[in-house]
Write a protein of this length. Structure first.
Lengths: 405, 231, 387
């Protein structure tokens, strides 16, 4: 018990003396805060990106593409192949007995990010980004039960009408309901916006299949087939069927796996950028913390020596000093977390996904797990920055108590 | 062996504003110090000893009145001119030595020569001479923290002498030293006065120290209370 | 002894503290050097492409092909000096993860357009033109896979199917290796004959991915671009013609605002050291208030002391920053190797290093300004407690 009391006394002295070295302590807090902010911004970006892609795939949805295509963009599937799949095993049927199979067209069109609009507002000069235009039919909506039309209505078959993903609509120019979009030499009318569980699909434009086939001169060709599966074993059955039939030669994966694979590459890259940067910066902050703590120990040398003189142990000086450092670092960590939360959480960004070759809109997401990593980094800085000065504090000779201040 | 007037203070007043109050240190003070004099200034705390030394050394300016040094006005000089004047004409010796802790004894002594145009060889010669004069030639490469108080004060004296000023100002030069060491330092100052003709003004609390001077001035509440003439 | 000696001794008065400051500055400049070089490589790689080069793509998106017939039509337009075209092949070697930028091109016209960017042996050039199943491999790729002239390599496509056997593989002979004539030119590519490609693929016959052309001079760029786009207006494949530079920039911009991210990170790193070093310098100078007062008493003019304090912080900044830039240079070299030519021209260039040194000086001046000012203003009488 006695040791705890001693530690409490020394810690109080240490922490109460922080305001006396306000600027030194402040600079440490800011330095740690900046390090944590940089780390968390990157991690929140990675987490947000991953969440968007992971949230897209469901295990009970299969995606079929030409063997070896790897991505929808590269794939090609014929109408005949799509018909064969409708008779495949493992395919779920709707109450009317219609198989839940959606052959889909996947093409790229251009759009302008809101942030890329030049100062003079001239959209012709704005750099353009790749957007996904998905051609699908009523079946495409039927295989996606989570779909919610949040504004307007779905496109009517046989018309140049567009249904726009909610995320895309927020980030890109001219995609409000009622806007006209020019694709090639035809005009398309935006008639509605949809949400689909924060998935990648919310970064897409949807339109009626034949219209898109016309625009891209791709009659009777699709890029992928979405299939609603009957159960956990269905994938295997479908896969066997699709690989064995020489007419098919299609790769079958669950949508969950397909998007998870796409997610991992980009979010790994973001994390691989974020961590080394944060660690490098942490060394800088560590230098600041060590400096502050050494000057703190020097400033309190006489006080500490006096306590030692009246019988306090070196351990209490050690722990008291260490706690001061940890408190400063923790405050910095919390400040950094709050700054990240205010500035970045919920911020939307978009990037070109390598696999889909089109823009994916995602939201920075400061998850508790991410925030925890930031706080741990802050505490590591506080620990290392405190332990050496604390060692010095514990070894202050008692005679210092008699020295001149 | 004193000669013409080196320093002349005429009607010097010095006032400080502290908060709402104005504190008057000197009110129309007059003082003449001939060249070659060795004056001890004694007096209780707050009598104005230090301020007098500040004014004589040109690190502070009078509120009113004139200060003449070697026939030239000092009180009208600008800050930059004063700095140059100090470098040429005054050597300072402080109670706590005020050596640069980062420099060796030799380099501490050499410091004022940075303000001159002497070449490297000449500087070295002078530093060696000054250190020999104070008996510390073999300590040239020691740092202040490696030396005793008396040794440090001797380095300070060497530093004060290096640019060959006419006037040495000493502020309690033995206040931090034991009797024996103090006597050594004071003897050294007397030697500088007698052999080299340096004019010295020394502020001290110590009547024993004052005995080394040619005369002693007593300062009380900004006035000289009695004046001992040349011994 | 000189003022510099005084400054030096003051700087290393407390070795641990100075070392820690230098470490913080070092780290910030490593970050600056690496990120700055990456940024520069991106920007410069795009900027270095010829001014009079235009790219014609499908107006819907550059991924959508154009009819082959457009090449001849555009070639006839006044102001077009040279013209070529290319097709994206979606090539990879052995494993689908080993993607290679593979283009089907018309050998002669392609190498003519890129004559200033690529260096290729004349014999290899002839071999490439005459052998239908040959390819030219960029240096980065040749080095990566150890391919030599004469090797027959199976290149796979993740898009196209080979009519000959229904596979996705084309066997191609290495006719030669192309080297970058400009440092900023990316050599991780393969080019092979369009004729071979066009006749062996199962779909999309007689289309080209994009057309690259050279105008008589950059001055006629806008006019030529307008003529081309008008020519195909209201056709089934409308075109969008822009300079190669603008095209490259737009593509990079798609990755995200790289410049902004780099600026923010470097800004955060600099803000950190500004806080730490600035604060420490103020403390360090405050500690020696008395010494500065003594120097002034000895007759050192204020400006000289001001200069010393400022010099000290600038020196500190340089001592931490210059090694930081040097290490950044090494890291960038390693990174450049690891990226195997994916970021061409990635090196610590003179402009980046020069700006770095300017930042060091600025950092030194900013962190030294307040303490130097305090030293300048320092009153001897108060500082020595002589009242």
């Amino acid at each position: 018990m006695r040791v705890f009391n001693e530690i409490a006394v020394v810690t109080t002295i240490c922490i109460k003396s922080i305001p006396q070295r306000f600027w030194a302590s402040f600079s440490t807090v800011v330095a740690v805060g900046l390090v944590v902010t940089v780390l968390l911004a990157f991690l929140a970006m990675a987490a947000g990106f991953q969440q968007t892609l992971r949230g897209t795939g469901t295990k009970d949805m299969a995606i079929l593409m030409r063997a070896g295509a790897q991505a929808e963009l590269n794939s090609g599937v014929t109408r005949d192949q799509a018909r064969l799949i409708e008779e495949a095993p493992g395919v779920m049927k709707d109450p009317d007995g219609k198989p839940l199979v959606s052959p889909e067209l996947y093409v790229i069109v251009d759009g302008v990010k809101k942030t890329a609009v030049p100062a003079d507002g001239n959209l012709k000069k704005a750099p353009r980004s790749n957007l996904t235009l998905r051609g699908l039919s009523q079946a495409g909506i039927a295989v996606r039960p989570g779909l919610k039309i949040v504004e307007g209505r779905p496109f009517k078959p046989g018309t140049n009408e567009l249904l726009v993903g909610r995320a895309l609509q927020k980030d890109f120019v001219g995609l409000n309901v009622g806007d006209t979009v020019k694709l090639g030499n035809s005009s398309w009318l935006v008639v509605g916006a949809f949400e689909l569980g924060g998935s990648v699909f919310e970064s897409e434009l949807w339109a009626d299949t034949p219209e898109v086939q016309d625009l891209f001169h791709r009659q009777n060709v699709f890029q992928s087939i979405r299939v609603r599966l009957t159960g956990p074993d269905a994938l295997k059955a479908l896969s066997d069927y699709a690989t064995n039939d020489p007419q098919l030669k299609l790769d079958v994966t669950t949508e969950a796996d397909y998007y998870a694979q796409q997610a991992s590459r980009t979010s790994d890259l973001i994390q691989k950028l974020g961590w080394p940067l944060a660690i490098a910066m942490a060394f800088g902050a560590l230098a600041g913390a060590l400096n502050t703590m050494y000057s703190s120990v020097a400033a309190r040398a006489q006080e500490i020596a006096t306590l030692r003189c009246i019988g306090f142990s070196g351990t209490s000086s050690f722990i008291g000093t260490l706690l001061e450092s940890l408190v400063l670092a923790l405050v910095g960590g919390i400040v950094g977390t709050l700054v990240t939360w205010v500035l970045f959480d919920g911020l939307t960004g978009s990037t070109l996904s390598g696999a889909s070759f089109s823009q994916i809109v995602f939201t920075f997401h400061l998850t508790p797990a991410v925030a925890l990593q930031g706080l741990i980094l802050a505490l590591v800085v506080g620990l290392v920055g405190g332990v050496f000065p604390a060692w010095r504090a514990a070894r202050i000779p008692i005679v210092e108590a008699y020295g001149t201040p | 062996m004193t000669g013409q007037t080196l320093i002349h203070l005429q009607d010097v007043s010095k006032r400080f504003v502290k908060g709402k109050d104005t504190i008057t240190i000197f009110d129309h003070l007059g003082l003449s110090i001939p060249a070659g004099d060795f004056v001890a200034v004694m007096g209780p705390s707050g009598s104005g000893k230090t301020t007098l030394l500040n004014l004589l050394g040109g690190i502070d300016q009078p509120t009113e009145g004139s200060i003449t040094f070697d026939g030239g006005r000092v009180d009208t000089l600008t800050e930059g001119q004063l700095a140059r004047w100090r470098a040429h004409n005054v050597g300072f010796i402080f109670q706590f030595y005020n050596l640069m802790p980062t420099l060796s004894a030799a380099r501490n002594v050499e410091l004022p020569l940075l303000l001159t145009s002497f070449g490297r060889a000449e500087r070295r010669r002078r530093v060696e001479a000054a250190l020999s004069l104070v008996g510390l030639a073999e300590r040239a490469n020691h740092y202040p923290r490696e030396m005793s108080g008396g040794q440090q004060q001797r380095v300070a004296i060497a530093r004060a002498l290096i640019s060959d000023p006419k006037l040495l100002l000493c502020d309690e030069p033995t206040g931090d030293l034991d009797r024996t060491t103090a006597d050594e330092i004071l003897a050294m100052l007397r030697l500088l006065n007698q052999e080299m003709g340096k004019t010295i003004v020394m502020v001290t609390h110590d009547p024993e120290a004052a005995k080394y001077a040619r005369r002693t001035l007593h300062l009380d509440k900004g006035r000289f209370t009695e004046r001992e003439l040349v011994a | 002894m000189s003022d510099f000696y005084l400054l030096w001794r003051n700087l290393f008065r407390r070795k641990l503290r100075t070392f820690l400051m230098m470490l913080a500055i070092f780290v910030a400049f490593v970050i600056y050097g690496v990120l700055g070089s990456i940024h520069y490589a991106f920007e410069h790689g795009v900027d270095s492409s010829a001014d009079n080069r235009l790219v014609v793509v499908n107006k819907i998106t550059f991924i959508q092909p154009l009819p082959y017939a457009y090449v001849g039509k555009i070639a006839a337009i006044k102001g077009v000096k040279n013209i070529t075209f290319a097709n994206w092949f979606g090539g990879y070697y052995q494993d689908a993860r080993n993607q290679i930028g593979t283009f089907a091109v018309d050998p002669e016209s392609y190498l003519r357009i890129y004559r200033d960017d690529l260096r290729i042996d004349p014999a290899a050039r002839d071999a490439f033109i005459h052998d239908r199943t040959s390819m030219v491999v960029g240096e980065a790729i040749a080095t990566k896979y150890g391919w030599k002239v004469g090797d027959r390599i199976p290149i796979n496509s993740n898009i196209f199917t080979n009519k000959a056997d229904g596979s996705h593989t084309w066997e191609l002979t290495v006719a030669g290796i192309a080297y970058a004539a400009k440092e900023s030119f990316n050599t991780s590519f393969i080019i092979f004959q369009y004729e071979n490609f066009n006749e062996s693929k199962t779909f999309g016959k007689d289309t080209v991915g994009w057309i690259t052309l050279e105008t008589d001079s950059a001055a006629v760029n806008d006019q030529v671009a307008a003529t081309i786009d008008e020519m195909f207006a209201n056709s089934t494949s409308e075109t969008d013609t822009q300079s190669e530079k603008a095209f490259g920039k737009a593509f990079l911009a798609q990755l995200g605002n790289i410049a902004l991210i780099i600026t923010l990170v470097v800004g955060a790193a600099f803000a950190t050291i500004l806080m730490i070093v600035g604060n420490t310098m103020v403390m360090a100078v405050r500690e020696r208030t008395k010494e500065i007062a003594v120097l002034k008493t000895l007759g050192f003019p204020s400006w000289r002391i001001w200069r010393q304090v400022l010099g000290e912080s600038v020196l500190l900044s340089l001592l931490g920053g210059v090694p930081g830039l040097a290490v950044a240079g090494l890291l960038v070299m390693v990174l450049s190797k690891a990226a195997s030519g994916a970021i061409p021209g990635l090196a610590l260039t003179l402009p980046v290093a020069g700006l770095g040194v300017a930042f060091m000086l600025l950092l030194g001046v900013v962190t030294g300004f307040l303490p130097a000012w305090n030293a300048l203003r320092l009153n001897i009488v108060t500082a020595l407690g002589r009242l």
